[in-house]
Design a protein around this ligand. Structure first.
Ligand SMILES: Nc1ncnc2c1ncn2[C@@H]1O[C@H](COP(=O)(O)OP(=O)(O)OP(=O)(O)O)[C@@H](O)[C@H]1O
Ligand SMILES: [Mg+2]
Length: 510
């Protein structure tokens, strides 16, 4: 991208709070002049933290923030040509609309080159004249469509009108960049829809850069030039709404950005992918036999008479949505969400297909849980990271024809050699579907909280994080909610370990 067209650059920005929590990690993004950029992600993913760093209310732990090519990383907020409309905007309830909007202007001091009493030149400050303030307030109120409301008490305004006052207050300073942190979250659905259109119109009229924060994907899709999808303080994908919707880079983005069918799939030939028990032509090229994820949007599922499509299905549910029906079809145990103007009955047999261009094939992020910093205690347990998480493990998998003797040593039954595996570093892997989650917290080897959940057609994929910040990804058909605490259990035969060093390093000298 041409650096001149960028108004703001965030360069590998990281924010670690005093308690050691990393809220933003390696955030790298260029924002073009006049762009409407939306940071989109679930609660707690670091959206507000990122905005606060752009505004100057918070200083990055590392990385740089540039404005018009100049480093503003450490510049105080009032020196930045940036204004913020906060998640919880606070108007002055005792002041009228005019006074609320004019408040900042009245306190503003404009620097100019004057002379001191000896006639030497000196930077002096003056207030804005009442006429100039009047003019600026009138202009701001016109943009937010409140020009006749100058004298109204703000407490007498509707939520939407109050929101517009908050926006007028931010744009009256004529910032180059307007930051908006979930400005519509307090409004009801109908009002939010209206305000979305109005905000878009304001953006067009003002011609300045908007950086908008929301966790509402519909809002992001309808308003933005560019969407930045965030997860856990990091960027997952940056692109236009169409790009993010049609070509999500992974299952997380696909799931977050709208209703979709996501399936485990395998490449079975040149641009040919197998899922739902059928083989489909696709447009993406991946290596033969590669495990991939595919996304199919509900509106792209074609429904035919039995035998006329690629795979056979049965109607499981039917909901009338006004201009069309929404169905859940079953292909074996896998669910297919789809829509059609045609009416089919629950229990009816149908056949489905998907056009190649509507099958989005994505790299599988993860095929198994992998822990590179695991180690053995020599007493039949494998530890992950520090001392807190451990699982009973079968160490005889390290050597064919071995057993564990009464002292806990691994014994080669043929040669009689004994191995002391205390503190031996191993690489531990656990298949996704072998992590068992339990409501009963006493049942597992450790416990954690559900951080995210993605429905993959016939099972959920959960990210579970322990208090020690160790992550487990579990594939299971059972349902939990984000935030639930669960016990994590793995049967010893599903813990796969590989020594980091040769086994011969651990021979017991006798
Ligand atoms: N001062 C702080 N000290 C420690 N942790 C903090 C601090 N401020 C925020 N956090 C943590 O950083 C993470 C990101 O917070 P942030 O407010 O940026 O999230 P968000 O994406 O804006 O979420 P929401 O949609 O709920 O507003 C959260 O886990 C939050 O608890
Ligand atoms: Mg926030």
């Amino acid at each position: 991208m041409d650096a001149d067209s960028l108004i703001i650059s965030l360069e590998h920005v990281r924010k670690e709070f005093d308690d050691g929590f990393v809220a933003v990690e390696d955030f790298h993004l260029g924002i073009k002049r006049g762009e409407f950029v939306t940071l989109l992600g679930p609660s707690g993913c670091g959206k507000t933290t990122t905005l606060r760093m752009i505004a100057g209310f918070s200083i990055p732990s590392s990385g740089r923030i540039l404005l018009n090519g100049e480093d503003i990383t450490n510049l105080p907020p009032y020196k930045r040509p940036v204004n913020t409309v906060f998640q919880h905007y606070a108007l002055f309830p005792n002041l009228d609309v005019y006074e609320n909007v004019a408040f900042g202007l009245k306190n503003k001091r404009i620097p100019y080159e004057g002379k001191d009493w000896r006639g030497r030149s000196k930077t002096k400050y003056r207030k804005l004249s009442p006429e100039v303030i009047d003019e600026k307030v009138a202009k701001a109120l016109k943009i937010v469509d409140l020009e006749d409301m100058e004298d109204r008490d703000v407490s007498s305004l509707s939520g939407g009108q109050q929101q517009r006052v908050a926006i007028a207050r931010a744009i009256v300073n004529e910032p180059q960049v307007l930051l908006l942190d979930e400005p519509l979250s307090a409004l009801d659905r109908k009002m939010r829809k209206d305000m979305q259109l109005e905000l878009k119109e304001m953006h067009r009229k003002l011609g300045i850069t908007f950086i908008y924060v929301t966790h509402d994907q519909e809002e992001a899709l309808s308003m933005s030039d560019t969407i930045v999808v965030m997860k856990d303080g990091a960027i997952e994908q940056v692109g236009s709404p169409e790009k993010i919707y049609n070509e999500p880079v992974n299952a997380y983005v696909a799931d977050f950005i709208g209703e979709s069918n996501i399936y485990n799939a395998t490449m079975v030939g040149d641009k040919s992918v197998r899922f739902l028990g059928g083989v489909f032509a696709c447009v993406d090229d991946f290596p033969l036999n590669e495990k991939v994820d595919v996304v199919v949007r509900p509106e792209d599922v074609q429904i035919f008479e039995p035998g006329k499509g690629k795979v056979e299905a049965k109607v499981a549910t039917k909901v009338f949505k006004g201009e069309m029906y929404q169905y859940v079809l079953l292909v074996g145990k896998a669910e297919v969400l789809c829509r059609s103007t045609e009416s089919y009955e629950v229990g009816e047999k149908v056949s489905i297909s998907v056009l190649p261009k509507n099958i989005q094939v994505m790299h599988k992020e993860l095929t198994e849980n992998e822990y590179l910093d695991a180690w053995l205690d020599g007493k039949g347990k494998v530890y992950i990271g520090e001392e807190d998480i451990s699982f009973p493990v079968d160490v005889t998998q390290l050597l064919k024809g071995s057993e564990v003797d009464e002292d806990g040593y691994l014994v080669d039954k043929k040669s009689g050699l004994r191995y002391d595996l205390k503190d031996a570093d191993v690489r531990l892997t656990i298949p996704l579907d072998k992590i068992e989650l339990e409501d009963d917290l006493s049942k597992g080897e450790c416990r954690g909280r559900i951080i995210s959940a993605v429905w993959l057609g016939d099972h959920y994929q959960y990210l579970v994080r322990t208090e020690e910040e160790e992550d487990f990804v579990a594939d299971t058909p059972y349902q939990w909610n984000v935030g639930d605490e669960v016990a994590i259990h793995v049967d010893p035969q599903h813990l796969h370990i590989r020594l980091r060093k040769e086994l011969s390093n651990y021979v017991l000298e006798e």
